[in-house]
Every structure is written in structure tokens, then in C-alpha cells.
Design a protein around this ligand. Structure first.
Ligand code: 4NP
Length: 151
């Protein structure tokens, strides 16, 4: 399974999602690839936001070696599951899809926990207090991803 986590900047939410899912994949000894990307290009090459690094560290995760990259059309072909953090990301990912097979790979990540609720992971970039809540949401979603797709 090849899983791609996508947000806007690839410095706050999707790096946390990548780190959390990688830890669960490792704990289950699964042969999965997990990566993340942003729909925007502002933070290409950047390390995750210090606030994401800090909240990950409080949960025992080291995400400092991740670097931002922008989503590209080949990602739609190369990954099996593509998780959008919010509905804007979802729409932007679909703009790059060229086939129904590619479109069907794209899901809102919180629908893994609560199917059809279409809940967004809030963008914590412009406030300081959202990071722990984002972590908890992504931890629940990643648990659900493992339960559904690990077999
Ligand atoms: P993210 O948060 O999409 O969770 O990485 C953001 C990070 C940076 C920006 C927007 C959202 N920005 O506009 O630079």
C-alpha cells in the first residue's frame, strides 16, 4: 500500500499525518510507503512547522527530517490512497486527476473515522492552540486507515 497525505502547505497537518501513520505501520510490521505533499508550493524544501514538530515530540514522534514538497500529477498514478485534510485540498487534488481510477483514490481523511461526515481537519497555521487537537484527529483517522487496509 502506498499512502499519500495531502494538505495546503505540507508543513502543519500532512507531516503530522505522515509521522503518525508511519509509526502505526512500523508497529504492525507492514510493508507500506507513506509520504506527504502540499497542494501549494510556498514551503517546498522546508522542515515541518515548529509547532507540528513540538506536538509530534510530545507523542514520541520525530518528524524533523521531513521536507515539504508539492503535489504533482504523477502522485495520482503512483499512490494507492490519497488522503486530503480538508475539502479545499480534496478539490485541488481532484483537479490533477485524469482518470476515474485516480479520482477514486482520493478521500477526506476524517471520513476514515466517520464515513460520509466530510469533516475537515482544521488548518492550525494561523493560531497556536490547534495542534494537539489536529494530532488527536489524525491519530484516530490513522488507526482507522490501518484497521481498514491492513490485511
Ligand atoms: P498546512 O498549513 O496546510 O497544514 O501545512 C498551512 C501551512 C502554510 C500555509 C497555509 C497552511 N501558508 O499559507 O503558508
Amino acid at each position: 500500500m502506498k499512502v499519500l497525505m495531502v494538505c495546503l502547505g505540507n508543513i502543519c497537518r500532512s507531516p503530522l499525518a505522515e509521522g503518525i501513520l508511519k509509526e502505526k505501520v512500523k508497529a504492525k510490521n507492514l510493508d507500506w510507503t507513506v509520504d506527504s505533499a502540499g497542494t501549494g508550493s510556498w514551503h517546498v524544501g522546508d522542515a515541518p512547522d515548529p509547532r507540528s514538530i513540538a506536538v509530534a515530540a510530545t507523542h514520541g514522534l520525530d518528524i524533523t527530517s521531513q521536507r515539504g514538497r508539492q503535489l504533482k500529477p504523477a502522485d495520482l498514478e503512483n499512490y494507492d490512497l490519497i488522503f486530503a485534510m480538508d475539502s479545499m485540498n480534496f478539490q485541488h487534488i481532484l483537479l490533477l486527476a485524469t482518470t476515474d481510477v485516480q479520482r477514486e483514490k482520493v478521500q477526506l481523511i476524517m471520513n476514515m473515522e466517520k464515513p460520509d461526515h466530510n469533516q475537515n481537519v482544521p488548518d492550525p497555521y494561523y493560531g497556536d492552540d490547534g495542534f494537539e487537537g489536529v494530532y488527536q484527529m489524525l491519530d484516530r483517522a490513522c488507526t482507522a486507515i490501518i484497521e481498514k487496509y491492513a490485511h
